[in-house]
Design a protein around this ligand. Sequence first.
Ligand code: FPP
Length: 262
Amino acid sequence: MPLEQVLTSIPSGHPDEALARQVNFDRLPVHVAIIMDGNGRWAAQRHLPRVEGHRAGIDAVRDTVETAARLGIRVLTLYAFSIENWKRPAAEVSTLMLLLKRYLRSELNTLLSNDIRFRVIGRMEELGRDVQEELTTAIDRTAKNSGMLFNIALNYGGRAEIVDAARRAMESGLRPEDLDEERFAGFLYTAGQPDPDLLIRTSGEMRVSNYLLWQIAYAEIYVTETLWPDFRRTHLLEAVLAYQKRERRYGGIKAPAAIGAQ
Ligand code: FPP
C-alpha cells in the first residue's frame, strides 16, 4: 500500500504524515519531471562556492528519488545537465560530472533495493568515457527492475531531442504520410514512456528551459520558491497535493458529469 510505504519513512507525528494522508493515491501523477534549479543561489546565500550548492543538491536528489518511489510515482525525470550547461566554467562542469559518478556509485544499491530502473535521456555518447561507464553500469544493473523508472536528463536539450527524433524517423524509412504524433513520439528519448503529468521547477523561475518540450504539452506546471538543495519529501508531497487540486482539460471542456454535479 503506497500510503503505508510512505508512512514507514515518516517519523510519527511529523507534519509530513498529515500531508501524506491527504494524497489521493488513485490520482497520482504517473510521470513527474523536475527542473532542479537554485543550487548556485543556495551556495551564494551561504557565501560558499557554487559547487557546494550542487553537492548539497545530491541530498535533495536522494530524498526525492526515494520519496517518489515510495509514493508509487511510475516515472521520475530529473534535469541534471543541459546541453547549454557546457558553457559553465570547466571546474563547475567537472565537479558536476564527479558528483554524478559518486551519486551513481553510492546509490546503486538503494536503486536496486527499491526496484528502481535507471535510464539516461540526452546525448550520452558525448559525455566523458568515465561518466558513460558509470551510467552504463547503473542502467544495466537496474534494467530488470520493474518499479519506478528514474530518468536522468544529461547533456539534454528539448530541441536537440526533437532534431534527433526527426533524424531517426527519416533514417527508419518511414514514409512522410505515415508519420503522426504517436509514431514521432516513438523516436524520442522517452519512447514508450508516458508524458509528464506534473512538471516541478524549484527556485521560483517561470521558464521551461528547453526541457522535455514535446512531452510537457499538457503537463501541469508547479513552481516553488524552494531552492533545489532544500527540496525534500515535504515539498514533493506539497507539489503532488497541488497537482491533485488542478482540473486537467487537455484543451477540451469540463466533463458533462462534472458540470452536472456542480
Ligand atoms: C541548477 O542550479 C542545477 C544544475 C545545473 C545541476 C543540477 C545538479 C545536481 C543537483 C547535482 C547532480 C545531479 C545528480 C542527478 C546526481 P544552478 O547552478 O543553475 O543554480 P542558480 O540558478 O541558483 O545559479
